[in-house]
Design a binder for this molecule. Structure first.
Ligand code: NDP
Ligand code: PMR
Length: 397
């Protein structure tokens, strides 16, 4: 089959979807402290490895394209050395994703595929983070378009790099949006990007990870404390709640169904928290369905409150000023981007974090521990339903 040169190029640069942004909250953090405490709480320019063994004009069968080279190679003195691991990180152009990419690249043991919607931003970010050129590849991925997700998977396979770890990290948070905005496929933007885009990506790349002969292969989905209502942070309104999934089942299009998973009125902050619940449920459903069969470690995590990242870009200026000191000095939940990146890098590569189905958190001494998810975020039946509805929405069932 002839290959069109254009099909190897990343999809065109995305235009960020603009919502009608307005200021919704007049109180400092959108909620009074007393209200929040009422809840129940316990606890490189395009170097897409095209140059790598790509034979001009030929597309190989997928199986051949993803065949894994030997995991070890012999050095001239006869010693066997482990090849570099390959890790795809979505949203590696800023914040946690960039810090994780940097931490892994610096070890010299990982090649990072930065899967980003804004190619130039990613290239500049990698450069200013001081990442060595040979330690990363940038590939275009816009999670708010299912076509782009499929295109990314095709491009990745054509690169013929084995895939050892996938990190689903990218997210959008639209706390001040008064009206919903939508993905290319018509899903509310936060759940469409954070959950459905990653759901399709993970399902498509599962086989590729399964073929890896790397000592530990992993699929990671970044979760958050704010989706877990068994915590103080998770009790700050609006609380996550997927309800009976009627909005999700209706396609989240805001036309013949609600744009919210539970069928309620649009609320950007809740949509984000709901998307994080979907992320954590999806990780567990992957574990139940595929861990034994594939040997892949499925994990989620809360890296700490990284109050300085771009996640809060749509929030009101006062929030952006006060949120970091509030988290540093009052809740003491603050963590720097560097530290959070090291935590996620641990989940990618630490030999002691191979247990599957775990939601990782870190204590004050920055030691990892297996954390408890909220009732909803660990509901087996809901996880199954989210999986089944999601696979229909992304065209897998
Ligand atoms: P950032 O905004 O810094 O990073 C988010 C990344 O996602 C950016 O690289 C952004 O790209 C990318 N992204 C957004 N939309 C898309 C899209 N449609 N396609 C591809 N990439 C996209 O935020 P954080 O680093 O804070 O967030 C990273 C993860 O950490 C998220 O999953 C978030 O939920 C989680 N998290 C964050 C916490 C925090 O306190 N900050 C706490 C708990 C969890 P671009 O650069 O082009 O905008
Ligand atoms: Mg929250 C231990 C207390 C704690 C922690 C760890 C967080 C993390 N937050 C805590 C408490 C509180 N927060 C309290 C008491 C309030 C009311 C004053 C509060 C408010 C608040 C707001 C308005 N917090 C927020 C917001 C946001 O807009 C952030 C959000 O929900 O983003 C979805 C946020 C966060 N608090 C956190 C963390 C980690 C976030 C943001 C990131 C995320 O979950 O991805």
């Amino acid at each position: 089959m002839a290959l069109q040169a254009a099909s190897l190029l990343p999809a065109s640069f995305s235009i960020p979807k603009e919502g009608k942004i307005g200021v919704k909250d007049s109180t400092l953090f959108g909620v009074s402290l007393s209200e929040s405490l009422k809840g129940d709480f316990s606890s490189s320019a395009l170097r897409c490895k095209r140059e790598l063994r790509q034979k001009a004009g030929v597309v190989r069968a997928e199986t051949a394209a993803t065949a894994t080279p030997s995991v070890t190679k012999s050095s001239p003195d006869g010693k066997k050395t482990l090849r570099k691991g390959n890790v795809v990180i979505t949203g590696a152009s800023s914040g946690l994703g960039l810090a994780t990419a940097k931490a892994l690249a610096e070890t010299g043991k990982w090649h990072v595929i930065m899967a980003c919607r804004d190619f130039l931003k990613a290239a500049r970010a990698a450069k200013s983070a001081g990442m060595a050129k040979e330690s990363y590849t940038i590939m275009h991925l816009d999670l708010s378009s299912l076509d782009s997700v499929r295109q990314f998977v095709d491009n990745f396979r054509r690169s013929e790099m084995p895939l050892d770890v996938l990190v689903n990290n990218a997210a959008v948070y639209l706390p001040t949006a008064k009206e919903p905005t939508f993905t290319a496929d018509g899903f509310e933007l936060s759940v469409g990007t954070n959950h459905l885009g990653h759901f399709l990506l993970s399902r498509l790349l599962l086989d590729d990870i399964g073929k890896s002969d790397y000592p530990s292969k992993r699929l990671i989905i970044v979760g958050s404390i704010t989706g877990n209502t068994n915590t103080l942070a998770g009790n700050v309104p609006p609380k996550a709640n997927l309800g009976d999934l009627r909005g999700l089942a209706g396609g989240l299009n805001g036309l013949n169904s609600s744009s919210m998973i539970d069928g309620g009125d649009f609320d950007g902050a809740k949509a984000y928290k709901d998307s994080k619940v979907c992320n954590m449920l999806t990780m567990q459903e992957f574990h139940r369905r595929y861990h034994e069969e594939t040997g892949i470690t499925f994990a989620s995590l809360y890296p700490g409150c990284i109050a300085t990242t771009g996640l809060f870009r749509e929030h009101i200026p006062l929030f952006k000023t006060l949120f970091p000191p509030f988290q540093k000095y009052i809740t003491k939940g603050y963590v720097s981007e560097d530290e959070a990146g090291k935590r996620l890098a641990q989940v990618v590569s630490d030999p002691s974090l191979t247990k599957s189905g775990v939601y990782w958190s870190w204590n004050k001494a920055s030691a990892s521990f297996e954390n408890q998810l909220s009732q909803e975020a660990s509901d087996v039946e809901k996880a199954r339903k989210v999986w089944e509805v999601s696979e229909k929405l992304v065209g897998l069932a």
